[in-house]
Design a protein around this ligand. Structure first.
Ligand SMILES: [Fe+2]
Length: 246
């Protein structure tokens, strides 16, 4: 748990996925509470973890006002709609997902802010992993989805992905944040929970400042990753904000 003057972040891991059959494993969700008002937001909930997340929100006495999605996930189904049904929270996607996603209440475009209590979170359009990818920044912290990982980055070969766009998103948007800004990624496959913008500028394997845009594009073109196992189920569900018949 990380705290600042106005908010508290709780990091939620997805421990039940099986990497061999279900590559949703290692997804990260984040519950952020405004300390004064107890209003809260939840970023990237996973369907299978909804009961856990709702219990935590209740235990902490929080009032959930928004569920935010960093992008249309291909590896797991979002818990956004299920959480909305239980709490009344409004569902937020980045502006790049407008026209593709149904079931969202708000599309937050680049630079727009959402307030919960005294805390405000800002959308940063960061396409590249997929066309609609959005990062969300608080004072001192940024939630980067699958755009920037600790020492890595999301794949760029799925729907609307682009290595050029991802490089520009990281270098022109995320790397303009203060070096001490804490980076909270959408996944981590090596047991790490966070990094900083300054660390990633120096040590990111493919995006550190010594690597050019052309070199990055070349590095990404050489990566060949398997198709996500649940992609055919996850994508249509996530284009409806996770509203599926069960
Ligand atoms: Fe993703």
């Amino acid at each position: 748990m990380a705290t600042t003057d106005s908010y508290t972040i709780t990091i939620l891991l997805d421990v039940n996925g099986d990497q061999d059959v279900d590559d949703r494993a290692e997804s990260r969700s984040y519950l952020i509470a405004d300390r004064e008002s107890s209003q809260a937001i939840l970023i990237d909930p996973v369907l299978e973890n909804v009961a856990r997340d709702l219990r935590l929100i209740k235990e902490l006495g929080l009032s959930l006002v928004y569920v935010l999605e960093t992008h249309i996930h291909a590896d797991h189904i979002t818990g956004a709609s299920r959480i909305q049904d239980a709490t009344g929270a409004r569902i937020v996607y980045g502006g790049g997902a407008q026209g593709t996603v149904t079931g969202a209440d708000v599309f937050l475009h680049d630079g727009q802010m959402l307030c919960f209590g005294r805390t405000a979170i800002q959308a940063l359009a960061t396409p590249g992993h997929t066309y609609g990818c959005t990062s969300y920044a608080l004072p001192g912290a940024v939630f980067t989805g699958d755009t920037l990982f600790v020492r890595g980055n999301g794949r760029t070969d799925l729907q609307g992905g682009s290595a050029e766009h991802l490089f520009d998103s990281v270098h022109q948007k995320l790397f303009t944040l203060p070096d001490e800004t804490i980076v909270y990624p959408g996944h981590d496959y090596n047991g790490r929970v966070s990094s900083t913008i300054g660390e990633e500028k120096r040590y990111n394997e493919r995006l550190n400042l010594s690597i050019s845009r052309a070199q990055f594009v070349e590095l990404m073109s050489r990566r060949h990753q398997p198709r996500p196992a649940r992609m055919d189920v996850a994508l249509p569900a996530n284009m409806k904000a996770g509203r599926i018949e069960q």
